[in-house]
Every structure is written in structure tokens, then in C-alpha cells.
Design a protein around this ligand. Structure first.
Ligand SMILES: *Cc1c(COP(=O)(O)O)cnc(C)c1O
Length: 247
């Protein structure tokens, strides 16, 4: 993908996001560029030439490798499965961890954030479909987890994140997103102590129109912006990877 193609795609996707939001009578969600496998120089192009102001990486090693080029240029979120022993490598590099999927991980982020003298913004990953191969809190566990995380002084919850199951069915995607949105609203209305429910991160290339229609406030788009990824080892989708491991 050339830089010029990326520029065109970003423009077209922005238009599509606007249209979908208008059509559904929803506020326009924020665009996060999911940059796995995209070279740092092309990401920098998207940032400096195409107005991308938020990116997400889902592998620690990739994030730290590209960091010298991107440091201070763009907001970075971590969006992938995060192993506890790797939190220390990203704690001073990202603005948010969207994929907080267990209490154990929350405690490790608390420890490392305290050490680094900062507060880390997080989204709780919710596993709305209770899929066994996927991470995240089951919906019925969310409130209890939020109660515990609210007591950690170096974490600040900003909302929820969800990854839809892989399916060709638009109806199934919509149902998944609608259920997740309902959970988001239910929790928002409870006004839990020290919990800010302003972000609902859901929707990827194959599902963002449905996600926007269902109230997403942030879509995470990779291939729509940068083209399809080569299936090199270690570059799979989290869902594909999970499916493969399960086999
Ligand atoms: C790769 C990735 C995305 C973007 O996926 P596309 O299908 O390329 O848009 C979004 N969220 C997460 C967690 C990802 O790993």
C-alpha cells in the first residue's frame, strides 16, 4: 500500500463513518487507526499528513520497536492481549490500555503505574458473547470488577471495549453490539464511584457500520485504512489466533 493509497482510504473511511453516524442518528465515533504490521514511517505519514491522531497497537514488541519514530507525535492505545510480565515495557509509552481483561492484569498495571508515577487510563474488555477462547470479563462480572478496580489509585476506567465474534452475519454483529451498548448504558446509569463510562470502543473493518449504528464511540480500523495484512506469523487477528490455539 502506498502512502497515497492510504491517504485516499483514510478520507473515504472518514466519509463512511460520518454517513453511518448520520444515518443512525448517532454522534460520530472517534477513529483509532489499528496499526499492527504497518511500518512506523507509514504510520507517521498517516499522522502528519492525514490527520490520524490516535493509533492502537496490539503487540508489545511491535509497539516498542516503532515507538522511537512515533514518540510524542500521536496518542497511542494498547488494544491487544497483554501479558502481565510485559506491562512494564509499555507503561510509560501508551495513553490508554483498552484491553484490560482480568483482575490480575489490573493489579499489575496498578503496580507498574505506581512505580512510573502515573495514572493509566483503561477500558474494560467485555466478552459479551461469553466466548471461551476469548479474553475479557463476562457481562455479569463487570460490575464487581469495576468496584474492585475503582479502588486502585493508579488506574482510571474510561469505559468498555469489545471485539465482536467473527461472523458474516450482519444481524449477529448488530445483536452483539446492541447487547454490549446496553451493558455500557446500564453501567453508566449506575454512576459507580470513581468510574467514568465515556468510551465504548467497538467496531473493526468488517463491522464498523453495525457498531456505529449501535452506539460505538470509538472504532478501531486497520485494514480499511492500510490494506489487508499478510498472514505472517505473529500478525494474526486476535480472534484468528484464539481460534487456531483452540484447535
Ligand atoms: C487488528 C485489530 C483491529 C483492526 O482490525 P481490522 O479488521 O483490520 O480493522 C481492531 N481491534 C483489535 C483489538 C485488533 O487487534
Amino acid at each position: 500500500m502506498t502512502n497515497e493509497e492510504v491517504r485516499d482510504r483514510i478520507a473515504r473511511v472518514r466519509e463512511q463513518i460520518s454517513n453511518e453516524a448520520a444515518k443512525a442518528g448517532r454522534k460520530e465515533p472517534r477513529l483509532l487507526a489499528a496499526t499492527k504490521t504497518v511500518p512506523a514511517e507509514q504510520i507517521l505519514f498517516a499522522v502528519t499528513e492525514c490527520g490520524i491522531d490516535l493509533i492502537g497497537e496490539n503487540r508489545v514488541q511491535e509497539l516498542t520497536a516503532k515507538y522511537p519514530v512515533l514518540e510524542g507525535r500521536v496518542r497511542q492505545h494498547f488494544i491487544g492481549r497483554l501479558q502481565r510480565n510485559k506491562v512494564k515495557y509499555i507503561i510509560d509509552k501508551v495513553d490508554m490500555i483498552e484491553s484490560l481483561d482480568s483482575m490480575e492484569l489490573a493489579l499489575e498495571i496498578e503496580k507498574q503505574a505506581k512505580k512510573a508515577g502515573r495514572v493509566m487510563d483503561v477500558l474494560l474488555e467485555v466478552n459479551t458473547g461469553r466466548e471461551a477462547q476469548k479474553g475479557g470479563f463476562f457481562p455479569e462480572m463487570l460490575e464487581q470488577a469495576l468496584g474492585a478496580i475503582a479502588e486502585l489509585p493508579h488506574l482510571k476506567v474510561r469505559g468498555l471495549m469489545a471485539v465482536a465474534p467473527v461472523t458474516d452475519s450482519s444481524v449477529k454483529k448488530s445483536r452483539y453490539f446492541a447487547e454490549t451498548y446496553q451493558k455500557f448504558i446500564d453501567i453508566s446509569q449506575k454512576k459507580l464511584h470513581n468510574i467514568d463510562m465515556s468510551i465504548l470502543s467497538m467496531g473493526m473493518t468488517d463491522s464498523f457500520p453495525e457498531a456505529i449504528a449501535c452506539g460505538s464511540t470509538e472504532v478501531r480500523l486497520g485494514s480499511a485504512l492500510f490494506g489487508s495484512r499478510a498472514a505472517a506469523p505473529g500478525t494474526e487477528e486476535p480472534q484468528q489466533e484464539a481460534n487456531r490455539k483452540q484447535k
